[in-house]
Design a protein around this ligand. Structure first.
Ligand code: 9PG
Length: 445
């Protein structure tokens, strides 16, 4: 559907807009109404971090949720998809001579709220969570994740070393989560990298023998061009879907509406569960919601929700499901916890100034702007605490995790922590709160 004008708002000097991005890594924030929001630095970033759609040169493009705060104490106007678990229209806005013109490429409702921007969004989120029937939230345990120290080079011995050090330091690490790097190829989830010589069931057993739970990263709806799956089952891929590039390969999407692909997805998660894993970080989930040709005529969002149903069915009701790189509004009610920002990293500033890519500034910008989702949609994951000595501005990152992070995790080589890093890790590793955050002060720098 083409964009059609849906509303106008007259803008006072303090007017702000709120733009919600599509998936975990898409920039989300509040900006002066006359500004232009962050744009991807190239087409790859647009595909992997945004929604891959055309963007206007000026102004804003929100995905499914947009708001205007007049800034003079007047009501906040919110535009949103009537049911974002079915359809998420793009909503554009552009300021012209003191008036903001709002347009959308699909059906959009308008509602208005008193109490300022964050209260408005929280109230909107309460209504949406109620509409979807979000069940009672369950706290999730503090965990250790391999990514922000070892990245794709992680080895079996790194996992075992940190397991032993967690014990000797007496840290409240209840789950050891193996991140990207363990798998043979993206899409081949039952085969291991040579850096993991022992079967994963054995690693999981060793983790569990210390009284902890075992966690694992996958990107279950993503298929790498090099994978055996892509080679052997081209009919399981979404036709014409471009999930971008990473790991030096092109990225495709699994079509879970194909019954054999659905069986395969279920088999992968049943097997990981049998191996002893019960904490699942499911990443690059945007790939499952891409437009494209599928076995049946389900659209991207319907196929995506179907995939989450298959995964939950395979892992059982008590396993933890942490969404990442995931379409935000279509995931409500289907995950226990959600990454609400782009990745953090040892650097404060993002490369090329692009706030969709890994950096503390990127993670803080979007993590704060989605603080209202905590305790309403799920448990907010601010990304991992990293506090080893060479992390830039590590005190500021720890403050963000403490204030706007409900899911708590550590991702340093534990042995490398100095006294302050260790004390901070010890203090912040706590079971996740299921309560909404206090949103007052969100507008302070
Ligand atoms: C593993 C990581 C970690 C991390 C996730 C996700 O190519 N890219 O643009 C790109 C974007 C995000 C990204 C990795 C690559 O990070 O958020 O915690 O699990 O995957 O690969």
């Amino acid at each position: 559907m083409p964009f059609r004008d849906i509303a106008e708002a007259s803008l006072g000097p303090k007017a702000r807009v709120y733009e919600h991005g599509w998936q975990s890594w898409s920039p989300t924030g509040a900006y002066p109404a006359s500004a232009t929001s962050p744009r991807p630095s190239d087409a790859r970033v647009n595909a992997v971090h945004y929604r891959g759609r055309d963007l206007p040169g000026e102004g804003f493009q929100a995905e499914g949720l947009f708001a205007v705060d007049p800034g003079d104490g007047g009501a906040v106007r919110v535009w949103s998809a009537p049911d974002p678990t079915r359809d998420v229209p793009s909503i554009r806005a552009c300021a012209r001579q003191g008036t903001l013109v709002v347009s959308a490429d699909g059906a959009v409702n308008e509602s208005s709220y008193d109490g300022g921007l964050w209260t408005a969004l929280a109230t909107w989120a309460d209504d949406f969570a109620h509409q979807v029937g979000v069940g009672p939230l369950r706290s999730q345990p503090p965990f250790w994740c391999s990514w922000y120290q070892y990245f794709t080079e992680v080895r079996e011995e790194d996992i075992l070393e940190n397991l032993a050090v967690a014990d000797s330091l007496g840290l409240d690490i209840q789950v050891l989560q193996i991140d990207d790097g363990w798998e043979a190829e993206i899409g081949d989830w039952l085969e291991r990298s040579p850096r993991f010589p022992r079967p994963l069931a054995e690693i999981a057993k060793r983790i569990r023998a210390t009284g902890r739970r075992a966690g694992i990263w996958t990107a279950p709806l993503l298929v790498g061009g090099r994978s055996q799956l892509a080679r052997e089952h081209p009919d399981w891929l979404v036709r014409g879907a471009d999930a971008g590039r990473n790991w030096d390969e092109s990225l495709l999407a699994l079509d879970v509406t194909h019954p054999d692909a659905a069986d395969h997805l279920e088999h992968v998660f049943r097997t990981l569960t049998e191996w002893g894993f019960d904490f699942f970080k499911i990443d690059f989930m945007y790939s499952g919601a891409l437009d494209g040709g599928r076995h049946n005529d389900a659209d991207g969002i319907a196929a995506y929700r179907q995939a989450l149903g298959i995964i939950r069915n395979a892992i059982g009701p008590n396993a933890a499901l942490l969404g990442c790189g995931a379409p935000i509004l279509p995931s409500v009610g289907l995950v226990d916890a959600m990454r609400v920002s782009p990745d953090t990293g040892p650097k404060y500033e993002p490369e090329a100034g692009d706030v969709a890519v890994a950096s503390q500034r990127s993670a803080v910008l979007t993590g704060r702007a989605r603080a209202f989702q905590q305790g309403r949609f799920w448990i907010n994951d601010p990304d991992c605490l990293i506090v080893r000595p060479n992390v830039e501005r590590r005190e500021d990152w720890a403050d963000h995790v403490e204030r706007f992070g409900a899911l708590r995790s550590s991702s340093d080589r534990l042995r490398d922590l100095d006294a302050w890093g260790l004390e901070t890790t010890r203090r912040l590793l706590q079971p996740a709160s299921i309560e909404p955050f206090d949103l007052s002060g969100l507008d302070d720098a």
